[in-house]
Design a protein around this ligand. Structure first.
Ligand code: ATP
Ligand code: MG
Length: 284
């Protein structure tokens, strides 16, 4: 019994999807131009597909699970279960108009011709905002539509915004924030469900580790209490005596986001020799 996973054949999500499997300790032979391959050390079959097709394949049960952008999941409206956010492929679906346009709010889109590859999401967005517009669906190079007179505005995926800028456009509304997600067929057999749980456990361990750092520092014993109170740790920090009298070595785990704030407080409390190192896997 194998779990079948669909990932993007080539494109922005391909490499990160393979990397995620690797970090989960799953080795696959990633031959170029292959449609299908198998993991060598996990009961996993990998299908390489166009991202647009993945939700349908999952709904139909051709594959059990898949990695795809939330934007595609919402656009395709297939019966699939979103299992986990994966933290890569981050982007937003935005409205953009020519730089020179006098844009104040969403009502300014009224009656405009808007080019997009996401007619369903855009349609919902306009409806929710009480705007009627002419949605023109195109499959790619949406950003050039205003420049060639095809549309007055666009609704397209953006990450840095540089593509919009280069095409003389400005971003005016965020329609949706998106990242890659793991989706699953809604009626998985028990064996597949168990394999999914196993994979998910590994994915979560990898993702938690990425958000955390291991910190080691030397603390003067007379200020140990204060230093420990600054460090959350998984249960509580580990404290070991140093060879030098009056000092201890303190080990703990820190959330990446708290890192700089805590470092400053630690230094102020007399901590020295602070080391912060990456964690590869983390199981709580
Ligand atoms: P395919 O050939 O598989 O259909 P595609 O051209 O439709 O590929 P890509 O451009 O590779 O798709 O993007 C795949 C996904 O990557 C998007 O659906 C989105 O979730 C995510 N993504 C992240 N950043 C961006 C960005 N700046 N532009 C477009 N997509 C992005
Ligand atoms: Mg696509």
């Amino acid at each position: 019994m194998k779990l079948k996973i669909a990932i993007q054949k080539s494109g922005r999500l391909h490499e990160d999807s393979i990397k995620l499997l690797k970090e989960c300790g799953i080795d696959i032979n990633n031959g170029v131009n292959k449609l299908k391959t198998e993991a060598t050390n996990f009961p996993l079959e990998v299908f390489f597909l166009r991202d647009d097709d993945i939700p349908q394949y999952i709904e139909d049960g051709v594959a059990d699970i898949g990695v795809v952008g939330e934007n595609v999941v919402l656009e395709k409206k297939k019966q699939v279960r979103v299992v986990e956010k994966l933290g890569f492929g981050k982007c937003r679906l935005s409205m953009a108009v020519p730089k020179a346009m006098d844009y104040n709010n969403v009502k300014d889109l009224h009656n405009l011709k808007i080019a997009t590859s996401y007619p369903v999401i855009l349609g919902d967005f306009l409806k929710n905002n009480g705007v009627t517009a002419d949605i023109h669906e195109i499959s790619g190079s949406v950003e050039i539509a205003p420049g060639i007179g095809l549309a007055a505005a666009i609704c397209d995926l953006v990450s840095s915004g540089s593509t919009l800028f280069m095409n003389g456009l400005k971003e005016v509304e965020t329609v949706l924030k998106s990242e890659a997600v793991l989706i699953a067929n809604e009626g998985l057999q028990e064996a597949q469900q168990l394999l999914l749980q196993k994979l998910l456990f590994r994915i979560q361990a990898v993702r938690k580790a990425k958000n955390n750092k291991y910190i080691l520092l030397n603390a003067p014993n007379n200020n140990l209490k204060e230093i420990i109170s600054l460090l959350p740790g998984m249960k509580s920090p580990t404290v070991l005596p140093l060879a030098e009298e009056g000092w201890s070595s303190v080990h703990s785990v820190l959330n990446e986001n708290d890192f700089w704030d805590i470092i400053e407080s630690l230094k102020a409390a007399g901590a020295q020799g602070i080391l912060v190192v990456p964690i590869e896997k983390m199981v709580i």
